[in-house]
Design a protein around this ligand. Structure first.
Ligand SMILES: [Zn+2]
Length: 215
């Protein structure tokens, strides 16, 4: 009887020890997974922020070229896009900061600027290839990781690119007149609305119209 009791208590102790070891292992693995996901989220935001930084600079140069050619409508659209790209870059930077990371501002690149007509084509192509090669795969991976905060920012940035492609394809931007209305840009998420009046509220981030920048 005494021997059976010893065996019983020994088995119970071993069982308890196995449970503790398993729990510690699971906790460590979960911590490691969270750490990896966190690092990946910071990398994604950093990559998009760098791209947006360069795109903002490029569209500013496009706007200056359009101004030189007196293509006023195109100049306004390029300035609005540059402001939008900058807003998206700042939004990514803020998210990086909130997640405990740091954004290092890249060095501005040397650019060859062509005619406005060519620049419109180049801007459209650039956004198209960025969406296919970078944004889509990144959004899908971010959704799979379950990080809704980062996913929302990536989706907003991509929606801005899609909308900008539409604006770049409109016929009137190569006209010299200033009669085609204004571009209103949300300073938080970079959404651009076009027309004689701004949309009262940003459809993406709900920022009020009074905060929009007008071009
Ligand atoms: Zn917005």
């Amino acid at each position: 009887m005494k021997r059976l009791e010893i065996i019983f208590w020994a088995a119970l102790s071993l069982g308890a020890l196995a449970i503790v070891i398993a729990a510690v292992t699971v906790k460590r693995e979960r911590y490691a997974t969270n750490e990896t996901q966190h690092y990946t989220a910071l990398q994604r935001l950093g990559e998009i922020a760098r791209i947006k930084f360069h795109h903002a600079q490029l569209h500013t140069l496009f706007a200056e070229q359009a101004q030189r050619e007196e293509k006023h409508q195109a100049a306004r659209l390029f300035r609005a896009i540059a402001f939008s790209e900058d807003a998206q870059c700042r939004q990514c930077q803020e998210a990086i900061k909130n997640l405990g990371g740091e954004f290092i501002t890249p060095i501005a690149l040397e650019r060859n600027i062509a005619s406005t007509q060519e620049n419109i084509h180049r801007a459209t192509k650039l956004k198209d290839s960025h969406r296919t090669a970078k944004a889509y795969p990144m959004i899908l991976k971010s959704i799979a990781s379950g990080n809704r905060y980062v996913t929302r920012i990536l989706v907003w940035c991509d929606a801005d690119d899609a909308h900008q492609i539409t604006l770049l394809s409109t016929q009137h931007i190569l006209e010299d007149s200033l009669t085609a209305g204004y571009y209103y840009v949300c300073p938080k998420c970079g959404y651009i609305s076009e027309g004689s009046v701004a949309t009262p509220i940003c459809p993406q981030c709900k920022t009020k119209e009074r905060e929009f920048a007008r071009f």
